[in-house]
Design a protein around this ligand. Structure first.
Ligand SMILES: Cc1ncc(COP(=O)(O)O)c(C=O)c1O
Length: 404
């Protein structure tokens, strides 16, 4: 006969047990004091933590609503045709990896070529190199001139019947160049080649309309848009996303699972496996609302004037060489000083309270093209002022005094 089931409690080893003051602990969770449908909330869903798309209770539905509202905010921000073309990912890097692995491994083969540019951030180089190693495809590179402008006639020559994908940055983080992305897309589309645009540095500075650009994929990160880190967006045309297999498996991306077969969920959930960064998504939506309130066109105009002012001021300093002098630029002033390492510039500026970036900016091929190991880079936003540019110029004079 089986013994009656007995609940055992953990052995306390004879030590006196601390009293457990649940009422005091409940004060640490103010949400427990709220009413739901006129009744005190009894929260018994700690296993899911009000996850989106899964719960039937009030808080879970509230989270789902806020999450999906943010998706529509992003859709409007990019002027995408439909919310299901907006996929939440960790950032630009993950968006590009998703396309390289899902689209690339499905539709490209060993005889194919992928075209990127020589001014890509490493996040738009690495994923394609990994893909090329996996499938044996070849990476081709669009060169740029000494001002940092892509050579479109060279690009034209690279496009051929083997070219199956183009991935190009909209605005270069190292040079500030605004690429003629619409023309780049048109040139590829004339041959039926899909195009991914790395928009990480474009979205904070200018209005982006994915339908007008007619890009096939557009990637950006929340944290460059004054939103949280660890959240980003992949826009993709619905027909392409529909045709692509999931990038990761897990919860939320399935509609039915047996051990024989898993049926994938519809867009966009097919590409959002696991619990998403719900707080990050909602934060991104708030950041976009904030930008939209100021107005992207007003931001572009203000920053343009500030960049022109800063460029003029910097050009007057003897020994300064500006890296990136394209006619169309946004928000970035990369420069080197004769005989002074970029890190030394960064350190002196830091002591003056001025934060710039010194390094290769995750764009080593750009540094190689200009024959420098690193640059000092001031990147401007709409909150900067001419007085702050003046402070930068004064501090650069100080750097020259110290090291010159
Ligand atoms: C042009 C460009 N692309 C991609 C990235 C990568 O973005 P993340 O690290 O948010 O994925 C950056 C980041 O600096 C960037 O400037």
């Amino acid at each position: 006969m089986r013994a009656a089931h007995k609940i055992t409690v953990p052995d306390t080893w004879g030590l006196p047990q601390a009293s457990f003051d649940v009422e005091r602990i409940r004060n640490d969770f103010p949400i427990l004091k709220q009413q739901v449908h006129g009744k005190p909330l009894v929260y018994l869903d700690m296993a899911q933590n009000s996850n989106v798309h899964r719960g039937v209770h009030f808080l879970s539905e509230k989270a789902t609503q806020a999450y999906e509202d943010a998706r529509d905010t992003v859709r409007q921000f990019l002027n995408a045709a439909d919310t299901h073309e907006i996929i939440f990912v960790r950032g630009t890097t993950e968006a590009i990896n998703l396309v390289a692995q899902s689209y690339g491994r499905t539709f490209l083969t060993a005889s194919d070529e992928i075209v990127i540019s020589a001014m890509e951030h490493h996040s738009n180089i690495g994923p394609w190199q990994i893909l090329c190693e996996q499938i044996g495809a070849r990476l081709r590179i669009i060169p740029f001139n000494y001002d940092g402008e892509l050579l479109l006639d060279e690009y034209e020559k690279l496009l051929n019947e083997r070219t199956k994908f183009v991935a190009v940055v909209h605005v270069s983080n190292a040079l500030g160049t605004i690429n003629p992305i619409k023309q780049i897309i048109e040139m590829a589309h004339r041959r039926g080649i899909p195009v991914l645009v790395d928009g990480a540095q474009a979205v904070p500075h200018m209005r982006v309309d994915v339908q007008d650009l007619d890009c096939d994929f557009y990637a950006f990160s929340g944290h460059k848009l004054f939103g949280p880190t660890g959240i980003g967006v992949l826009y993709g045309k619905a027909d392409l996303l529909e045709a692509m297999p999931p990038y990761q498996g897990g919860g939320d991306m399935i509609s039915a699972v047996t051990f024989e077969k898993t049926h994938y969920n519809t867009l966009p959930y097919k590409f959002e496996a696991g619990t998403p960064d719900i707080a990050g998504v909602i934060g991104l939506g708030v950041a976009i609302d904030y930008l939209s309130e100021i107005g992207l066109d007003a931001i572009t105009a203000y920053e343009h004037e500030l960049l022109a002012y800063a460029t003029d001021a910097l050009s007057t300093i003897k020994g300064v060489r500006i890296i990136g002098t394209a006619r169309e630029k946004a928000g970035v002033l990369s420069f080197v000083l004769d005989g002074i390492h970029a890190h030394d510039i960064g350190t002196i500026l830091d002591h003056e309270g001025i934060a710039i970036r010194a390094g290769h900016h995750c764009a080593m091929p750009v540094m190689q093209r200009f024959g420098v190991p690193a640059t000092a880079r001031a990147s401007l936003a709409f909150y900067n002022t001419k007085e702050e540019v003046d402070a930068l110029i004064r501090a650069i004079h100080k750097v020259i005094e110290v090291f010159g």
